[in-house]
Ligand binder design. Structure first.
Ligand SMILES: C[S@@+](CC[C@H](N)C(=O)[O-])C[C@H]1O[C@@H](n2cnc3c(N)ncnc32)[C@H](O)[C@@H]1O
Length: 250
């Protein structure tokens, strides 16, 4: 077998995005449930101006538009945006799709809500930038894993999975290195092509508490955690997915 190695494998590179389409996204129903939960938390006022950050295939953005909001979706990936555009056409809704780094928009104080689901990175600079996009009083919505939940605890360490699809085997190896960075490695074994392709991506990690501190440092307030169904989160290990809400002060 031939072994092919590739470092710094990232979103926006066409072959990464095509791989991700095959293996990575949450299923459609999960994404629709997420969108419904966000809509419930946003309340009845409409139309709100919503920015879906790193919108991927656009499922959430399309659901927000179907609910009557004025929606923009921004993503680095032309591959994903092409599908998002088609999804909006099929649903008969209008979404403004922006092909860009989400942190490079000229959109100061434009949005009532900025929603960032299944993000692939997090930093103080990123949150500062998203804060700028919010109007005073506007809401930032992030998804989070409950760090106390056994599944989240297992993910925080080293873990491996594999799946078989179309005669190929995809193995995932996720590890934390000595500098507390996450090293994600996807290994695809294609017996018919005789190849083992190994692709690696390294990214810094933060804990939920560190992210909350950075959100506060970025100038957002009224920070709260909610359960997936939008109830205040009071702790415990029943919920795996949580919402983190924060507001730009008035
Ligand atoms: C895990 S996917 C999630 C997509 C979508 N939010 C969802 O929940 O299905 C991460 C997305 O972030 C996008 N992305 C990563 N870095 C980005 C950046 N700097 N600006 C815009 N999009 C970015 C990727 O192209 C990808 O669509």
């Amino acid at each position: 077998m031939q072994r092919i190695r590739r470092e710094m494998f990232r979103y926006g590179q066409e072959d990464f995005d095509l791989d991700y389409l095959r293996w990575g996204f949450h299923d459609l129903q999960t994404q629709r449930n997420e969108a419904a939960a966000v809509l419930a938390m946003l309340g009845p006022a409409k139309p709100l101006k919503i920015l879906d950050v790193a919108c991927g295939l656009g499922t959430h953005a399309v659901e927000f538009a179907r609910a009557g909001h004025t929606v923009s979706g921004v993503d680095l990936s032309a591959t994903f945006l092409e599908r998002a555009r088609q999804k909006a056409t099929d649903a008969g809704v209008n979404v403004r799709w922006i092909h860009s780094d989400a942190l490079a928009l000229d959109a100061d104080a434009q949005f009532d809500a900025v929603v960032w689901i299944e993000r692939s990175f997090f930093s103080l600079d990123a949150i500062r930038r998203l804060r700028r996009y919010l109007r005073p009083g506007g809401l930032l919505v992030l998804d989070e894993r409950n760090p106390e939940h056994p599944r989240a605890m297992a993910r925080g360490g080293d873990w491996r999975t594999w799946q078989e699809k179309d005669g190929r085997f995809l193995l995932e190896r996720h590890e934390v290195d000595e500098q507390a960075r996450r090293v994600d490695c996807w290994i695809e074994i294609d017996p018919s092509a005789g190849t083992i392709t190994e692709k690696t991506s390294t990214s810094p990690q933060t804990t939920l508490q560190e992210r909350i501190d950075l959100i506060r440092q970025a100038g957002l307030g009224a920070i709260e955690l909610r359960t997936l169904s939008g109830e205040p989160f009071t702790g415990g290990v029943n919920d795996y997915w949580l919402w983190l809400l924060a507001r730009r002060p008035q």
